[in-house]
Ligand binder design. Structure first.
Ligand code: FES
Length: 390
């Protein structure tokens, strides 16, 4: 279990904030799904949920997690050496950046509308607001995007755990069920609210009950949403500019990397060794996606070990945990500035590579040791034939 918290502080904060957000999303989806059982069940669960999520501590935790998760994602984008990455990581990254852009409207028309304009942001209000509109379809898409992004993150966080592999089929079924349940609840409640709101008198009563925003309030909320949207988009743009600028500066300086069982490449300085491998099409195992947790990207530095920066405390801890030799380093944590010769310990197909001759061979073995009491004393001086006979 301790392995789950391996990595730098940034990695740990990313995992912890991701867990907080996943729990929030799970409760949110269950709440929407309860629409299947009617508004009473939905509202009762929402009240209980709000007691938790809208308390001072709950609010700080959730919005703190959201900001920390977003800020770390932007920082990661800005400090990347390349955009080449495995397909799963690309999907997770793209979905992750889509979330805030679609989430802004949701937050503004629920939480902010509630806090500032005293709108009763029950699910009836929200679904009545977006039912049958493009925004409604966008919010449904957002549910899927958030869930897939979170599930990919959870999977690659837990991928190294034996129990995770054992329960994965059942948990995958659960993961598919949750958004499905939420969607069915949304449809049930949407149809109910739409039917009620078709009657002008009932609609007026409902709107009064929800303290439906006036036209001016709607305009103000829309302006607020677009301001936040542009702010989020601006941060994204800044991160992209930082990434491109850094790449342009570093492209002018390159370093030579020789792979023991592969070619020699010239890569831009400033990237991690893992990014250099990816940028040059060199297969390089990285189970955790370069977050310094899994150690599957580790390399043996045959040459150049003395010229690379020392490992950070987190990297040293990870290497110690797997009993790595002194010249082993994590490719996702080192940024080579001098030529080096490296050996990739793991093969990209997930198997462990045959080590370079100087390292011996790493293999999983079952060893049976069998002895006969007094065998040495009994057989010393005997001829091989006698021993075989014995
Ligand atoms: S430690 Fe997982 S990719 Fe480097």
């Amino acid at each position: 279990m301790r392995n789950l918290w391996r990595g730098t502080w940034a990695t740990r904060i990313r995992v912890a904030s991701g867990l907080v957000l996943m729990l929030y999303v799970l409760l949110h989806f269950i709440n929407i799904g309860l629409g299947v059982f009617g508004p009473v069940a939905m509202d009762a669960f929402q009240d209980a949920r709000h007691a938790l999520t809208r308390s001072l501590v709950g609010g700080l935790l959730i919005y703190g997690a959201l900001l920390a998760h977003g800020a770390l994602a932007l920082w990661r984008l800005a400090s990347r050496g390349t955009l080449r990455m495995p397909a799963w990581e690309a999907v997770q990254t793209v979905l992750g950046f889509l979330i805030p852009l679609a989430l802004v409207d949701h937050i503004v028309f629920t939480r902010i509308a509630h806090e500032v304009y005293d709108v009763n942001d029950s699910y009836g209000y929200l679904i009545g607001l977006i039912w049958g509109t493009a925004d409604g379809r966008m919010q449904n898409l957002l549910m899927l995007v958030v869930w897939i992004h979170g599930c990919i993150g959870m999977h690659f966080w837990l991928a190294g755990q034996t129990w995770w592999r054992r329960y994965m089929p059942a948990l995958s079924g659960f993961a598919a069920l949750v958004p499905g349940f939420a969607f069915v609840g949304y449809l049930a409640e949407g149809q109910r609210v739409a039917a009620v709101m078709a009657d002008p008198e009932a609609r007026a009563t409902l709107r009064e009950m929800w303290n439906w925003p006036t036209t001016e309030t709607f305009m103000t909320l829309l302006t607020t949403a677009s301001m936040i949207w542009w702010t989020v988009g601006g941060f994204l743009l800044l991160a992209a500019i930082a990434f491109l600028g850094r790449k342009a500066v570093l492209r002018r300086k390159s370093v030579r990397i020789s792979y023991i069982d592969g070619p020699e490449i010239n890569a831009a300085k400033g990237s991690t060794l893992l990014e250099m491998s990816r940028a040059n099409g060199m297969p390089h195992t990285s189970l955790c996606g370069g977050r310094g947790r899994c150690t599957t990207c580790r390399v043996i530095l045959e040459e150049g070990a003395d010229l690379i920066h020392p490992p950070s405390a987190a990297e040293a801890r990870s290497l110690r945990a797997v009993g790595a030799p002194p010249n082993a380093r994590l490719a996702c944590q080192i940024r080579p500035t001098n030529p080096m010769t490296v050996f990739r310990v793991f093969q990209p197909d997930g198997k462990r590579g045959r080590a370079h001759a100087s390292q011996g061979i790493e293999q999983e073995l079952a060893v049976l040791f069998l002895d006969i009491r007094g065998f040495t004393a009994r057989t010393t001086g005997q001829l091989p034939y006698d021993m075989v006979f014995l």
